[in-house]
Design a protein around this ligand. Sequence first.
Ligand SMILES: [Zn+2]
Length: 389
Amino acid sequence: MEPHSVLNSQKIPSRSRAAWSRKIFTLIFMVSIGLNIYFILHNNPDAPAPLETATEVAAKSEPVPVAPLPAVPVPAAVDEAAVEKKTPAPALPVAPRKKTKLERVEVKRASFSSQDFGEGKEIHALHFKVRNSLSFSTCRIMQEGCEQMSAYISRLLVWFFDVESNMRNGDSVHLVYEKLDSEERFKILKLVYKSEFAGKTFQANFYRTGELDYGVYYDQEGKEIARRIAGEAAPIQDYQEITSLPGDFRGDRGGHAGTDFKAEVGTPIFSSFEGKVTRTNWNIRSNGYCVEIDHPREGVKTLYLHLSRVLVKPGLYVKKGQKIAESGNTGRTFAPHLHYEIKGRGKRKRIYNPFEFKHLTTFNREIPTQHWEDFVHTVRLYDQALNES
Ligand SMILES: [Zn+2]
């Protein structure tokens, strides 16, 4: 009897405690549902509305050709190149929407031929403000090749700031460019970009030193805008330009995983670090001739794709800076280039940007002193072209 009653007397309060906590839980649950419903129904109409996507705006206004995010005409190597990225792709790279609805884009265009830029060359100047996205803004004012132009501008801006997340509505773009007959269509001679986010103005001036048959872009101080990988770790020394960085072509399979260096077929390719060749020439259809090297010390593997010649075999140990191949145009590619990739050794296969990777050092070249005066003269001509338009 005694034990039974004790048992009972213990049981009753514990049961009622349980009942009470169930009631309290139900109450909290109902209140939270109620709050949710309240916030859904009474969403503050003055709160900043989400950005209109280019497609939505186009549907409301006149039919404007809408371009996807800028892409460079060199495809990502499909197999190994498109690996899961660490961060998800952000939304369209633009800013808080202003109250005015689709005001006219500020456009000033000029077209003139200048003897100074060379005989019979058609030089254009263009001024506009960013609305929604760079490609959207460019396509509103250019009939032809707006996507190429937008990709081209992004490719220059990428050295100044994070185009994906820091571009803002109202940023202004000033361009001097030359029309080309070739597939590339344009040569940007000067880009001036006023960034609201950075509170700064960036500029890129095209200049050819004469020793090279191609030109590069310098800022107003004569510093090359694109960075370079220093020393023996550079996978390639002799290249014309970087046409794509990791994270480009977002939206599809996590984006481009490598860095593309535009270079003549046959340019020497070097191993960035000491390591062991793990495989060569896998999936030739997309990667072309290719090399993969494992670097336990740096915790990464490096990949070199679209080669014309491979000089190493799986199992071989290579030194830092050792020549391992020659660049080419094999596999899925439109133009000769090296696709260089740094990825983690683990299962997550993290992708590293070579210009931010801790085991690589980078630098900016400066304009050679003997060209300084001519460079200043050229920049003055570009500025004149901008000011006259
Ligand atoms: Zn590539």
